[in-house]
Design a protein around this ligand. Structure first.
Ligand code: 5GP
Length: 118
C-alpha cells in the first residue's frame, strides 16, 4: 500500500522487484526500464521511485529537482541509445493516453509505430 492507502502502481512493483522488467538505469531516486509494449525501436520508461506524483505537472510543482533528475537520466539513456535525437513524452491524463498514474516519461527513438501519439 502507498501512503494514501491505494495499491502500489505497476511501476512501484517494478521498483520493488515484485514484477520483472528489463531495467536499463537506476539511481537513488529514478528507475528506467524497457516498455513492455514498445511504440518505437527505442522505448524506455523513466520514472520516479516514489509514486507520490501522478503526472509531470504535479511533479514540477511538488519537487522540481526530482523532475530535473528524471530528465537528466532520460537524457543519458537517450544519448546512449539514440545518439541524442529522441522524443521525451509525458502523457498527462487518460484522454492523452496516460494509463499509469505514477509520473513517468517515455524516451522514444526512431520511427514511431503508426497511431502512436494520436
Ligand atoms: P502511459 O500510457 O501511462 O503514458 O504509459 C505507461 C506505459 O507503461 C505504457 O507504454 C505501457 O506499455 C507500459 N507498461 C505497462 N505495464 C508495464 C509493465 O508491467 N512492464 C513494463 N515494462 N511496462 C509496462
Amino acid at each position: 500500500m502507498t501512503s494514501s492507502g491505494s495499491a502500489p502502481s505497476i511501476f512501484s512493483r517494478i521498483v520493488a522487484r515484485e514484477i520483472p522488467a528489463t531495467i536499463v538505469a537506476e539511481t537513488e531516486l529514478i528507475i528506467a526500464f524497457e516498455d513492455i509494449a514498445p511504440q518505437a525501436p527505442v522505448h524506455i520508461v523513466v520514472t520516479t521511485k516514489t509514486e507520490v506524483y501522478r503526472n509531470v505537472v504535479e511533479l514540477a510543482a511538488g519537487d522540481p529537482a526530482l523532475l530535473a533528475e528524471l530528465v537528466r537520466v532520460a537524457n543519458v539513456i537517450a544519448e546512449e541509445r539514440t545518439g541524442g535525437e529522441f522524443r521525451l513524452v509525458f502523457n498527462t491524463g487518460p484522454s492523452a493516453g496516460q494509463t499509469v498514474f505514477h509520473v513517468h516519461a517515455h524516451v522514444l527513438g526512431g520511427q514511431l509505430k503508426e497511431g502512436t501519439l494520436g
